[in-house]
Design a protein around this ligand. Structure first.
Ligand SMILES: Cc1ncc(COP(=O)(O)O)c(C=O)c1O
Length: 353
């Protein structure tokens, strides 16, 4: 199978397995686990923040950030198709007790004028106070797009002007850093806190890091315990994370190349499927409506050819490249797609949904 559903499918490397076997362990929630401590220091250094906390998932990292930055009842402003809103099960309201307002965005970047208008620095008799602004880079829903650094700087400045913190969901922060050819810290300087995942393109089996000021991370640690995310001999997992940060960052450029190769090939099949000029990292969103088959039908048809993709909506397929996808796999995928394209009924008989 050529599995293009997600970069979370990556398996740990041999170096990770060796590091896991020989990791020094302790009880992270009692006297500390030395390997977890090492990973947290490395994460803080790489993002240019004072401190970091190891968490089981990106979702928990984002939730802890929302809880540690705010008090219950505040309003969070975030882009309308952000992962926090679309895929984190309403934790923003159900657990953090926050209201949210979604801001219209283009390629994952919120409209700055709309964002500025939405800010309400102080609670009023008829208006909640803005408690937090959230960003996402790379932006999953927008197709792996990178927030321009001047956009992040403008949002951060807006937040500072009103005393409102900014959190960035950087699940794929290192994809953004590699694509921009900058250290991750150069992106993270435009946000008060950032979450990044080691379990996606970086190939570690489990985990994310939430990074920010020392005081903020202390609050986040308390909420982590409250949510049941307390870790014990987690050095085994952290050891893989250290290898991820030390050995797996630069190779993300290969995933960006295979994503571009895929988008170029699909564009040759039909220019309406995808725009290769829009591919910035490792996610390719493909609009299949012109084919007459919906996303589910494409995903079933591709699976019969040994290719797995995730529908990203009724008419959209999402391809994610990663360490186990080679240039040859992309050629195989394109050959299969081309053959199926000839069998698909075409635009005239497009079925709904
Ligand atoms: C942008 C973004 N944020 C957060 C997450 C959540 O990460 P996790 O699956 O580790 O909870 C994901 C997962 O795909 C993501 O793409």
């Amino acid at each position: 199978m050529i599995d293009l559903r997600s970069d979370t499918l990556t398996q740990p490397t041999e170096a990770m397995l060796d590091a896991m076997r020989s990791a020094r362990l302790g009880d992270d929630s009692r006297d500390g686990d030395p390997t977890v401590g090492e990973l947290e220091s490395l994460a803080a250094t790489r993002t240019g923040k004072e401190a970091a906390v190891f968490v089981p998932s990106g979702t928990m990292g984002n939730l802890l950030a929302m809880m540690a930055h705010t008090g219950r009842g505040g309003e969070v402003l975030l882009e309308e198709s952000s992962h926090i809103l679309k895929h984190e099960m309403g934790a923003i309201a159900q657990i953090a007790g926050l209201f949210h307002r979604q801001i219209h965005g283009r390629r994952g970047a919120m409209d700055l004028a709309v964002l500025a208008d939405a800010i309400n620095a102080q609670i009023k008799p008829n208006k909640l106070a803005t408690a937090l602004i959230c960003l996402e880079t790379t932006h999953n829903g927008a197709g792996g797009t990178i927030l321009p650094l001047d956009h992040m700087a403008a949002v951060h400045a807006l937040g500072r002007e009103h005393g409102i913190p900014v959190h960035t969901d950087g699940a794929r922060l290192f994809n953004a850093a590699v694509a921009l050819s900058v250290p991750a810290a150069q992106i993270a300087r435009h946000t008060d806190s950032v979450t990044f995942c080691i379990s996606k393109g970086l190939s570690a089996p489990i985990g994310s890091l939430l990074c920010g000021s020392a005081a903020f991370i202390n609050r986040a640690r308390a909420f982590r315990r409250m949510l049941g995310g307390n870790l014990r001999q987690a050095g085994m997992l952290a050891a893989a994370g250290i290898v991820a940060l030390e050995q797996m960052v630069d190779r993300l450029a290969e995933d960006h190349r295979t994503a571009k190769q895929l988008a170029d090939g699909l564009h040759k099949i039909s220019s309406r499927l995808t725009d290769p000029g829009m591919i910035e990292t490792n996610i390719v969103r493909v609009d299949v409506s012109v084919s007459g088959w919906n996303a589910e039908e494409w995903s079933v048809a591709l699976q019969t050819r040994g290719i797995r993709v995730a529908p990203g909506g009724p008419r959209q397929l999402r391809f994610v490249t990663h360490r186990h996808i080679s240039a040859a796999d992309i050629e195989t995928t394109l050959t299969a797609f081309r053959e199926l394209w000839r069998q698909a009924p075409g635009e005239r008989v497009t079925r709904a949904g």
